[in-house]
Design a protein around this ligand. Structure first.
Ligand SMILES: O=C(O)CCC(=O)C(=O)O
Length: 263
């Protein structure tokens, strides 16, 4: 078993991150920043979410928060500390892909089967995701589990969805699983190919991560340059690729409708 100290620290250990596919930075934000962020989240939760919230609206995954979050949280992906972290991985030229809020609470506390995130994103495989906790997150409230070194298998393609029990010991005796307990102020990094999953919450208490993704500016699949300069002249936005995907999903939806009508 690896010592947890190998994948955590007060600063990013880049070679450990590249080797294990995950790394936890403790106390990445100052106490003042953390207190402010947590208070924005708690106020929003009490006023807008505690009594009622949308779960799985418009085809979203159940763990995706559907409501619009306050600016301080919506803009978190461009916090200078997070951009600096990405600069330490990619150098000066960094692009933002997208940001989600992953939530479990008394409205939804279900587990999420093992998978890797790459198939949900556009462009190249060189991407890093962050999990920035806004609450205490640990295995008992449905916190994330990571399969160490699994990113080294690359893209799993259609085999990319793995029932979580198969990833837990004793089934998985060659690769190791960790589920770090994290607090507001900490930041977890994950390679986009790292297998990860979560189990049902046993407590029902809130478990919330902000989950932005980043890539180097050599990849024009997303449009938001966060620092430095573009290192490509080829952009997805110029080639109507997104609308091809939309057309494909419209065709699938129409086929499904026809099948249902026949039943
Ligand atoms: O929120 C969770 O427990 C898992 C979320 C996740 O990995 C995802 O949606 O890609």
């Amino acid at each position: 078993m690896i010592a947890i100290s190998l994948i955590e620290g007060s600063r990013l250990d880049l070679s450990a991150f590249r080797n294990y596919g995950v790394f936890v930075i403790r106390d990445c934000f100052s106490d003042r920043e953390t207190t402010e962020l947590v208070s924005v989240w708690n106020d929003f939760y009490e006023s807008d979410l505690r009594n009622n919230r949308l779960v799985g609206a418009n085809g979203a995954s159940a763990q995706d928060l559907c409501e619009t979050v306050p600016d301080a949280i919506a803009r978190l992906y461009k916090h200078p500390r997070l951009v600096a972290l990405m600069n330490s991985i990619y150098g000066e030229n960094v692009v933002f892909c997208q940001q989600r809020i992953l939530i479990k609470d008394h409205h939804f506390g279900g587990g999420v089967p093992g998978h890797q995130d790459f198939s949900y994103y556009r462009g190249g495989m060189n991407k890093v995701g962050l999990f920035v906790p806004l609450t205490l997150c640990h295995p008992r409230n449905g916190g994330l589990h990571f399969v160490l070194k699994s990113h080294k298998f690359g893209y799993l393609g259609e085999r990319g969805y793995i029932p979580s029990p198969k990833l837990l010991p004793p089934h998985l005796d060659k690769l190791e699983v960790v589920s770090p307990t994290v607090r507001p102020g900490d930041v977890m990094l994950m390679d986009i190919c790292t297998w990860h999953f979560s189990l049902d919450s046993e407590t029902g208490e809130s478990r919330v991560y902000v989950n932005p993704y980043y890539q180097p500016a050599t990849d024009g699949s997303y449009d938001t340059l966060l620092s430095g300069a573009w290192q490509t002249d080829t952009f997805w936005r110029d080639h109507d690729i997104a609308s091809l995907l939309t057309t494909e999903s419209q065709i699938h939806a129409a086929e499904l409708r026809k099948l249902r009508e026949r039943q």
